[in-house]
Design a protein around this ligand. Sequence first.
Ligand code: AMP
Ligand code: ZN
Ligand code: FE
Ligand code: FE
Length: 285
Amino acid sequence: MIDLHTHSTASDGTYTPSQLVEAACRRGLLALALTDHDTVGGQQEALQRGAELGLRVIPGVELAADFEGAEVHVLGYGFDPNSPAIREILHDLSAARDCRNRQMAERITQLGCPIDYDALCIRFSGSVIGRPHFAQVMAEQGFVSDVSGAFDLYLHPGGPAYISRQLYTIPKAAAAIRRAGGLTVLAHPLQYHFDNGTLHRFLQTGRQADICGLEVYYTGYTAEQRDFLRRLAHTYGFLQTGGSDFHGSGKPGIQLGDGFVPDALLEDLDRALEQCRAQEIQKGV
Ligand code: AMP
Ligand code: ZN
Ligand code: FE
Ligand code: FE
């Protein structure tokens, strides 16, 4: 088994990077990519624990981007987490997130659930703070029954406490990952509930932005859906990738290694990663 899509406490997962690597070893995974939202803060710890335990850890990230007004996700793999291109985009995304979070704390307070954003930042320091953290506090205060109640009633797009944040476009997010020597993938293409025409424009936009892969394998996708996505990947010339989107208890019901990701994808990914690096080196010369 391999898993190329997971989250740690550096974003909104509940396992620390070390705990995630340890759990991956217990599950018998061959390779694990940590793809936290908008941060590379967990990479060093995950890589170190992987080296100690003999598990292959691939550096990754999951960047939010705008497509026709919807938030979509672009995965990056195998880049240098310290490269200026990555640092710049993560800094911009974090500033936009902080601005949105402050407004969201005010809005939730107005709705009757007092939230002190500075206290929230201290409590979750080291994590990229997002809607799941607000949901947790709302549940703890008894304002909603649980995290998913907070999303259903208040935090979903269009909900009374939802505030959008400024996002990069797909080409800009992809370019930052590529400049850092990484490979880019369009994440979970069926999670956006696009109609057929929009899905094709999404894939076309990805191709035009030189995105390399498509996440064909993902928790909950049926055999028919995986078939459908394999065919799309073939038509558009995308590398196939996949992962569980494990978040620990943040998304109950998902186990590390879920999604039916074939082990053979790892070789294709490695080949593609080498090509990406070679292309960047050539451009740099
Ligand atoms: P944000 O990046 O702050 O907009 O928050 C997005 C995060 O919220 C993602 O990591 C999702 O996993 C999580 N999320 C979105 N919808 C739900 C939901 N209905 N229940 C639980 N978590 C959710
Ligand atoms: Zn998440
Ligand atoms: Fe995602
Ligand atoms: Fe994810």
